[in-house]
Design a protein around this ligand. Structure first.
Ligand SMILES: Cc1cc2nc3c(=O)[nH]c(=O)nc-3n(C[C@H](O)[C@H](O)[C@H](O)COP(=O)(O)OP(=O)(O)OC[C@H]3O[C@@H](n4cnc5c(N)ncnc54)[C@H](O)[C@@H]3O)c2cc1C
Length: 474
């Protein structure tokens, strides 16, 4: 190879896409994949881009669904993962589902055949050596233990998590603020706070007791055998806390002290559920302390019993998983580069995105950024209004961390969703045909999604140097 290669570690969804993008830019790549030399607890084959569980890339609707929009943007950017996914599609209604073996074999064959890509089947057991001056770590949720230990040592113990304890996230728009109110406990004005930083949902005694009973009775998911990690006391599932006694939650995450119901100042709530702003845009709020193993359907049913959340729409539901991911907002710069080691990037699920498509999308961006640098160019950032930009922004800067719970880190992996996009500019026409008339309710929500996706695709096309007006479904 005449030019120095970029080293990509991990040939999963993110690493495969990164390698493809780098080679497509004319830059040589060495892709290091440890399977079959060293297996993981979930992968079953030697194939690159193996789908470890479901075979679905989720909705392919680019007009009204955020992951469908990400599909469309990735196709525009020449994604190998989308090319192989489209070629090996199986019937799945509005979703893009794939024949997993055909898909993985196609990705492997394309990468194998590319003259600029060399695939080495070996574990990279420590941080890349300094002579790999452009490298991408894309080793995923099941990063090998020795590399994970090296990353933990280099980034600090609490910068690497091995466990997701996820609390649900709610779209602000769907919270009934005639019932809930903004207030920080004791009106405390913390760093960057206003004294009104939390959304509070009040419960009386009867509501609280029914709620606790529902938590105890609700259907829970079982841990799979690869998830043998014990609970940390700091992030116990809410239903495990409830098992410790009916009053436990009222003295824990649901304590009512220091809060006055703005709608009924004379009535002391018996318990309060608090929601904390999750992104800088203020469109998403997480349910504080509500990490849970309840099944998704049960979460929606039980959490909508909370006064103010009767019509809550969830951007993410809670869960507990084995996962390896870094605290990206503090460790990475805007181009996914470790702040203190330029040239070393992270990509895929290890950065704190969630899902096959999102992991591949972040791989695509990391590959483009690394290739640009190798060619002596500045990395070109996707617009924040695009799905690429919204997801990247969540990872590298959009999330607000909480300083009021010492020892806890609040950055949690997330799928792409509309809450990550900047709101529409005031005055945006929701009727592109120019006809007057107002949308209401669900029609309005749908029209807004369509306006966000149209803006995203147009801006993404401009970023890629394509004609921004030709937004027709690609
Ligand atoms: C059990 C499980 C089930 C999941 N199910 C789904 C699902 O159904 N749908 C969904 O959208 N997402 C799912 N995910 C989440 C996630 O989106 C996928 O794991 C996705 O594959 C992540 O892509 P990635 O490229 O970051 O990691 P991976 O696809 O896991 O790729 C990482 C690669 O790095 C290799 N590797 C690890 N360490 C080293 C090392 N030191 N040296 C060299 N190579 C190394 C691994 O062998 C692997 O091939 C699941 C995750 C897990 C763990």
């Amino acid at each position: 190879m005449s030019q120095k290669p970029v080293h990509v570690i991990g040939g999963g969804l993110a690493g495969s896409e990164a390698a493809w993008q780098i080679a497509a830019a004319g830059v040589p790549v060495v892709l290091h994949e440890m399977r079959p030399v060293r297996p993981t607890a979930a992968h079953k084959t030697d194939g690159l881009a193996e789908l470890v569980c479901s075979n679905s890339f989720r909705s392919d609707d680019a007009e009204t669904n955020a992951v469908g929009l990400l599909h469309a943007e990735m196709r525009l950017a020449g994604s190998l993962i989308m090319q192989a996914g489209d070629a090996h599609q199986v019937p799945a209604g509005g979703a893009l589902a794939v024949d997993r073996d055909g898909f993985s074999a196609a990705v492997t064959a394309k990468l194998d055949a590319h003259p600029l890509i060399e695939i080495q089947r070996e574990e990279v057991a420590g941080l890349p050596p300094e002579e790999w001056d452009q490298a991408i770590i894309a080793t995923g949720p099941l990063t090998s233990p020795s590399l994970a230990a090296a990353i933990a040592e280099a980034t600090g113990a609490d910068a690497l998590a091995f466990f997701d304890a996820i609390a649900p996230i709610v779209h602000f728009e769907s919270v009934d603020m005639d019932v809930a109110w903004f207030q920080s406990r004791y009106d405390k004005v913390g760093p960057g706070g206003t004294g009104k930083d939390y959304i509070n949902c009040p419960m009386d005694k009867a509501q609280y007791e029914v709620f606790v009973a529902e938590l105890l009775a609700g259907d829970k998911t079982a841990f799979r055998e690869w998830e043998g990690t014990p609970y940390f006391d700091g992030c116990l599932p809410i239903e495990v806390m409830a098992e410790r006694g009916v009053e436990t939650l009222r003295h824990g995450p649901m304590k009512p002290i220091g809060l006055t119901n703005a709608h009924a100042p004379d009535v002391k709530p018996y318990a309060v559920v608090q929601l904390r702003q999750d992104n800088a845009l203020g469109t998403l709020f997480n349910m504080v302390g509500f990490q849970t193993k309840l099944k998704h359907g049960e979460q929606v049913r039980i959490f909508r019993m909370i006064p103010g959340l009767e019509n809550a729409e969830f951007a993410r539901l809670g869960g507990l998983h084995r996962n390896t991911y870094i605290n990206s907002p503090t460790l990475l710069d805007a181009s996914l580069q470790l702040k203190w080691r330029p040239g070393l990037r992270f990509a895929g699920q290890i950065t704190g995105c969630e899902g096959y498509v999102e992991s591949a999308a972040i791989g695509l961006l990391a590959g483009r950024f690394a290739a640009a640098e190798r060619l002596g160019l500045a990395p070109s950032m996707p617009p924040k209004t695009s799905a690429f930009g919204a997801l990247l922004n969540h990872i590298t800067g959009g999330h607000l961390s909480s300083d009021d719970e010492p020892g806890k880190r609040s950055f949690q992996p997330m799928n792409v969703n509309f809450g990550l996009f900047p709101p529409l500019e005031a005055g945006t026409r929701l009727r592109p045909d120019g006809h007057e008339g107002r949308f209401r309710g669900k029609d309005k929500a749908l029209a807004k999604k369509k306006a966000v996706t149209a803006r995203a695709l147009s801006d993404c096309r401009a970023w890629l140097g394509l004609d921004p007006r030709a937004v027709a479904a690609e």
